[in-house]
Design a protein around this ligand. Sequence first.
Ligand code: KE4
Length: 439
Amino acid sequence: MSSNVPTPARIRSHALQERAERFFPGGVNSPVRAFRAVGGAPPFVERGEGAWLIDADGNRYIDYFGSWGPMILGHAFAPVVEAIERAARNSASFGASTAAEADLAERIVACYPAIEKLRFVSSGTEATMSAIRLARAATGRKIVIKFEGCYHGHADGLLVKAGSGVATFGIPGSAGVPEEIARLTHALPYNDLAAVDAAFDAHEGKIAAVILEPVVGNAGCIPPAPEYLAGLREITEREGALLIVDEVMTGFRVALGGALELYGIDADLVTLGKIVGGGLPVGVFGGKRRFMDLLAPLGPVYQAGTLSGNPLAMAAGIATLGYLQEHAAEIYPRLEATARAVAEGVAQEAAKAQVPLTLNRVGSMWTWFFQSGTVTNYEEAARSDTAAFGRFHRALLEQGIWLPPSQFEAAFLGNAHGDSEIRATIDAARVAFAAVKVT
Ligand code: KE4
């Protein structure tokens, strides 16, 4: 039972939370939604309009998590809604091939030259899990390298923490993950090429792949150091391991062609999600043909999905990518300008209030870390004052500004955010920083 006494403004959300807790652990279908990292009771959303969310009690919020990335064109964007409605009239799913799958694939490969072939799945987790299986089959090797603070979904082999000692063997990051599986994943510090070299030296000929977020979003926003991505490409090519770039969050976000375009890098396999489905469940893994053709029914690597390529999801993705491709020249500069204005405007309010704050931003994804140091990896991110972030989050929420409910998440905005949302957010932050300073 939720212990929070409902504020007058959230009576209905409170009742809905109590009902939800009868059915779902913590009352949620994904843990971060429970607000455990920031405190307070999560509002229940009834609808979205552009940059705004409206909760079950009619309260309005400027949305800065956008369904964790997908809603780059804003909520209930008419071309996307209409595309889904049209597709739904033909039935929701067939479990058979449709033209729409290749229609969306054409748009994806136009944005991602690294993707010669791809396969649709229904989540980012499925995409990364499948890409790793493919990499192990392609190389005949077992070990996978990931990086602390990077999240690639909840497949067993990716829920690991950095082990201690040189071996850097992963240890389970969740109950239920057998150590035998965790040991096959090594978690290294992000932005540290020497650590990657050392791991390949220690496990020569045994590492199948390196997987990373090209811009970390899941430790809060952490950009790659200059030459880091190129260095990983050089090491993996030299060592015969696959480079898997997980663009589930950064794809179509930091540029139309994602981080691969923004930083000019190539990858053996790429994973996508979020924006590619326009808010409906779509994951993608794709890359070089010689790897993808190892998949059944052509090759020995099995992977499947009842709702893979679902027609409604394809329709939402086609409408979203189509609009982004047609209007990229004005959308991405606009996202950059809006995100810069709000992220830096709030940081300036923190400075005026003498609240320690470090801003990391890449395009329209960013994080305000409540600390004064630089944040270039997870260890540095973890030094942030999460209690202060919690007070900031709650103070903003009460003023109608909804940030992602964790210090270790990226904030996003979309094409529907404009000057009035920027001004309202900066004004609310000025008030919130006064609350933050109260220990
Ligand atoms: P899903 O299985 O949640 O669709 O995607 C997993 C995933 C894979 N790769 C990256 C880079 C991701 O960011 C994610 C999922 N992101 C989180 C937000 N940090 C999803 C939100 C949630 O878990 O509720």
